[in-house]
Design a protein around this ligand. Structure first.
Ligand code: NOJ
Length: 816
């Protein structure tokens, strides 16, 4: 069953059957003001922090689902009938109403045909101003004049997520609202900058046209589905110092047959004065600034996407890579992982491993944000070489004492709350930073970054802003040294609190994945060091030792063991009854470059044999059924869910990349296609979740809901999917001084095309595959001139900034 389609021309996903089984969400805003909204305009807005500065309220995990939201009600003033421009909350019978939702890149458009009135509501946030714009258009499609009232409505929050949900004895009496000059102002009296406004292009100053109090607008024993004010046809002019507040504004007018009208609402950060300025800026000259801001937003995304566009025989891959996968990866970098309908703002800051991986995926489309994130991460490292698992980057910048301490400001944690000890360290966290830094340098050519100096978390003094400072290069060394020190009796890295798999809690036991990751990080580091002419012998030797321990201790004769518990029991090996084969150890064995090709092939064959399902690869098999605290929390999760043998999306692209390294293009695409959300567009009765987004996991075959996808948007799957497809399967990889072309494709692909912008030059790359092979390049020409191919990959030297280059690559002959 399907509920919509991909509109690639407009870069939108169109939901034309609006009663989707679960919320299908989107993100608006790309800077400080951001919102998460679903297909029926349910959702919330926040400024900078979803935890400490929530603008509008959301009742997560509630009934009815996903309320409240940013709603526009339309009322026929002749009949008293009313509806909303998004299907919910009014929820008109779909036999009489046609609703469509278009999720675009950082905007969402709701449209509705009801009672002869066509209505549209577009939500977006301009690049330059912290204001959410609700661009509303109405058209009278009947042959008679209509008298209509339109109400815009949103419920304000008390900012701090905890205070907004408890301790009402205080918050309720320190939040006030007022109305003046067509503008509603919310004032959180106990905050210095506790203001928001709600206004519209034209609101007459009369009490019928506004309500600042939620309970007056909605009325007792009612919900957003049938607000008293809308039913009556007018507001009551409510406002008060204290109480629950909303922005509710009414505009009433007549529409002749065929006539159209445009109304714009503004929900923004700042006080009433700010609201006046914004309203003037955006309403004058027939809303010219609304239109130009919307176009600027579209261009903002177009420029990013234009950095890499592909055309392959795989339509799903084209649509996902050209639009949605980069979008999802970028949203993860912008929002971190803590704003969605699942993560509803109770946590804030940066998760070390997630942010490192996210930052690695978008240096071509967002170099500055990638670098900013890398710097935040460098400052979140300890001098011992382990990283802070979850931290707030503000902790490690100089603090200015707040003028006054309100209950809603961000709390000031003590040093011990900020900098945890090794007992809370995850063994993998910091290792991800090394390839992220190296990939950033390869993409941008910003070699100077490596010698920039940054502080460490444990020596940082918030008052002076000082602490031990070392170069980026030295930070990376400390990470590698930490992993070399923290090894167990097999010489494999200790698992500590967890590794990438949050639910594998091995403590003093050992993790194969971390040793493989250590090797991967070492290869990145030594390549960087050599390019910079530095002595990295120590680290080359370290890598050789890691290789030796991995091959000796982790190869179990059939595939790669996942690790050892603290009592020395093997996990992920053939004699384990449960948790016999794991994705992480086998994919990373190959990706790390630490193992032989022969063993790599066997390991990935085991992945195919034990972990493949039509919806993607399971994380492990068989699922754990009995709690076993030596293994960890994974044994306490239901079978087939999350890390316990679900199809965990994030590691799936590791398998595509590993298959590409091994030269098996067909297998890589088989795995790609299984997970690809695009391919599940017409099986929503199984998938449930949105088909334009990767989800954190998909219930595995051990679960009754096999195939159901959970937790869209906020997952590292998108970044990794992008990385695995573009760099390994299509094989276009920036190196320090050249662009490598090393594809691994299914033999059935006759050719593909990729347009890649790298360091300001454009590379139009056509790859021809006349003999139907998977891997190997025999000939390559750059602007008509033959280029040398080494190790069966082509290497294009960096071309002049601003140049447009044409590259043709011929893949190998068969059987060579
Ligand atoms: C989600 C977490 O955000 C991520 O850090 C972790 O690697 C995966 N779960 C797997 O446990």
């Amino acid at each position: 069953m399907k509920y919509g389609y991909f509109d690639n021309e407009n870069r939108e996903y169109v939901i034309n059957k609006i009663d989707v089984p679960v919320s299908w969400t989107n993100y608006i805003g790309v800077k400080d003001l951001c919102g998460v909204f679903n297909h029926t305009a349910g959702g919330y807005l926040f400024y900078k922090s979803p935890e400490y500065h929530r603008v509008t309220r959301f009742r997560p995990n509630g009934v009815p689902m996903d309320r409240p939201g940013h709603y526009v009600y339309v009322r026929d003033d002749d009949t008293g009938e009313y509806w909303t421009l998004s299907w919910q909350p009014a929820g008109k019978d779909l036999k009489n109403a046609k609703y469509v939702c278009r999720h675009g890149l950082s905007y969402t458009k709701y449209s509705c045909e009801y009672s002869g009135i066509h209505g549209e509501q577009t939500l977006f946030i301009p690049l330059d101003d912290p204001v959410e714009i609700w661009d509303v258009k109405l058209k009278n499609d009947t042959d008679r004049k209509r008298r209509l009232s339109v109400f815009g409505y949103a419920e304000f929050s008390f900012h701090h997520i905890t205070i907004d949900n408890q301790n009402f004895q205080m918050s309720l009496y320190c939040a006030g609202s007022s109305f003046d000059d067509g503008i509603i102002e919310l004032d959180l009296f106990y905050e210095e900058k506790g203001f928001q406004y709600f206004t519209a292009n034209s609101v007459e100053n009369s009490k019928e046209n506004f309500d600042c109090l939620r309970d007056s607008f909605i009325g007792p024993y009612r919900t957003e589905a049938n607000p008293a004010a809308v039913e009556k046809g007018y507001c009551s002019g409510s406002f008060e110092l204290g109480g629950n507040h909303c922005g509710a504004l009414r505009q009433s007018f007549e529409l002749e047959s065929g006539e159209e009208k445009r109304l714009v609402f503004f929900l923004g950060e700042g006080n009433q004065h700010e609201g006046q300025k914004i309203r003037y800026r955006y309403s004058s000259k027939d809303f010219a600034k609304v239109d130009s801001s919307f176009n600027a937003l579209k261009n903002f995304w177009k420029e990013k996407l234009d950095k890499l566009q592909i055309s392959t025989p795989n339509e799903g891959m084209n649509t996902m890579i050209n639009i949605w996968t980069l979008y999802q990866a970028e949203i993860n970098v912008m929002f971190s992982r803590f704003a969605s309908f699942i993560e509803v703002g109770g946590r804030t800051g940066l998760g070390y491993r997630d942010t490192s991986q996210d930052a690695m995926m978008v240096p071509h489309s967002n170099p500055q944000k990638s670098k900013d994130r890398l710097i935040e991460l460098l400052k979140g490292l300890t001098t011992d070489g382990y990283a802070l698992h979850l931290f707030n980057p503000d902790w490690f910048s100089k603090q200015t004492a707040p003028a006054f301490k309100s209950p809603t400001v961000v709390p000031s944690p003590s040093k011990s709350q900020m900098v945890h000890g090794i007992e809370d360290a995850c063994a993998d966290d910091a290792l991800w930073l090394i390839p992220a830094v190296v990939e950033y340098v390869k993409e941008t050519g910003d070699f100077n970054f490596i010698d920039e100096k940054y502080t460490y978390a444990d020596t940082f003094d918030q008052l002076t802003g000082d602490g031990k400072k070392e170069t980026v290069f030295d930070h990376l060394k400390r990470i590698l040294d930490f992993s070399a020190r923290e090894i167990g009796s097999h010489g494999i890295c200790r698992g500590l609190r967890a590794d990438w798999n949050d639910c594998l809690n091995l403590g003093g036991g050992e993790s194969a994945m971390v040793s493989f990751l250590h090797h991967w990080a070492l290869t990145h580091f030594t390549a960087l060091g050599k390019r910079l002419g530095r002595d990295v012998c120590l680290y080359e030797n370290m890598a050789a030792n890691v290789r030796q321990s991995c091959e000796k201790e982790l190869w179990n004769g059939s595939w790669y063991t996942r690790g050892f518990t603290s009592s020395g029991r093997a996990i992920g090996s053939p004699d384990c009854g449960e948790g016999k084969v794991f994705m992480e150890s086998n994919t990373w064995a190959v990706l790390s470059g630490a193992v032989s090709k022969e063993r790599g092939i066997a390991a990935m064959d085991a992945v195919n044999k034990y972990l493949y399902t039509p919806y993607g690869l399971k994380l492990c098999d068989p699922a754990f059924s009995r709690p076993d605290d030596e293994v960890g929390f994974v044994t306490r999760v239901y079978k087939g869910l999350k890390e316990n043998a679900a199809i965990f999306s994030h590691p799936n692209p590791w398998a595509w990349a590993a298959e590409a390294v091994l030269g098996r293009g067909e297998r890589a695409v088989k795995f790609y296609d299984a997970l690809c959300p695009y391919n599940q567009n017409d099986m929503i009765e199984i998938r449930k979740a949105e088909p334009y987004m990767y989800c954190q996991f998909i219930a595995g075959p051990d679960h009754s809901a096999f195939g159901r996808a959970h937790h869209p948007f906020m997952t590292g799957s998108a970044g990794w999917s992008y990385f695995a497809v573009t760099r390994f399967m299509l094989g276009i990889r920036p190196d320090f001084d050249s662009l490598i072309i090393d594809p691994c494709i299914p033999p059935s692909w006759p050719s593909f095309f990729i347009r890649r912008v790298w360091r300001g030059a454009v590379y139009n790359i056509t790859v021809e595959n006349p003999d139907g092979v998977s891997k190997g390049v025999r000939e390559c020409s750059l602007n008509g001139v033959l280029v040398a191919c080494n190790n069966s990959a082509a290497e294009i030297p960096a071309q002049k900034e601003g140049s447009e280059n044409f590259i043709t690559v011929f893949m190998e002959h068969k059987n060579r």
